[in-house]
Design a protein around this ligand. Structure first.
Ligand SMILES: Cc1cc2nc3c(=O)[nH]c(=O)nc-3n(C[C@H](O)[C@H](O)[C@H](O)COP(=O)(O)O)c2cc1C
Length: 180
């Protein structure tokens, strides 16, 4: 099984990238974890849809090659970071060729704040429902005060409780994908 992750932060030392690293490290047996990068995707412009930019083609192909997609994102001003929403919008195009329709999707988030990206996740889940994804609504995964749960250079999730939660969340998503 292949899971593709989209990381909603472009920051090099991103806590959400550390979460992605942990998912890769703790992946259940037989589950491959890859990233679909968004950093080179331009700002959406309908005039640039034909042909699609190469970065968008690569992003759509990565999403479509996956058995399931995990969106891992910070919360910006109680909502979805612009870079992530922009990538989501591109991958929903062209009309009737959306990379999201009927695809199994899960949402995770890490923040230095105390509310665990819950407001961002509510907004993102509304977008994902609108696009007709096969969204896993439960269980949920919130990582608050992420800076306290990582190693010194901020790349590895060291907190044992968080690592357990990551494991059980990914296992639940694998079950969600298999329930067709
Ligand atoms: C523009 C902006 C808005 C933010 N708004 C929120 C917010 O609403 N809620 C929150 O928990 N953190 C907020 N933060 C803090 C981010 O959660 C924090 O910077 C986090 O580390 C970003 O994720 P990253 O480490 O993966 O880059 C905001 C940060 C920025 C840059």
């Amino acid at each position: 099984m292949k899971l593709v992750c989209v990381i909603g932060s472009l920051r090099e030392k991103s806590f959400n990238r550390a979460l992605f690293n942990a998912i890769q490290e703790i992946a259940p047996k037989g589950v491959e974890i890859e990233e679909a990068p968004i950093k080179d995707i331009p700002v959406y412009n309908a005039d640039n849809e034909t042909p699609l930019p190469q970065s968008v083609v690569a992003f759509k192909e990565a999403l479509e090659s996956a058995d399931g997609i995990i969106l891992i994102s910070p919360e910006y001003n109680r909502s979805i970071p612009g870079a992530l929403k922009n990538a989501i919008d591109w991958a929903s195009r062209p009309a009737k060729k959306s990379s999201w329709y009927q695809r199994p999707v899960a949402v995770m988030g890490a923040t230095s704040g105390s509310l665990g990206t819950s407001a961002m996740q509510l907004h993102l889940k509304g977008v994902l429902a609108h696009m007709g994804t096969r969204l896993m609504g439960f269980p949920e995964f919130f990582m608050s005060t992420a800076n306290e749960k990582l190693n010194e250079d901020g790349t590895v999730v060291t907190d044992p409780h968080t690592r357990e939660k990551i494991t059980s969340f990914v296992e639940s998503f694998v079950e969600h994908i298999q329930k067709r």
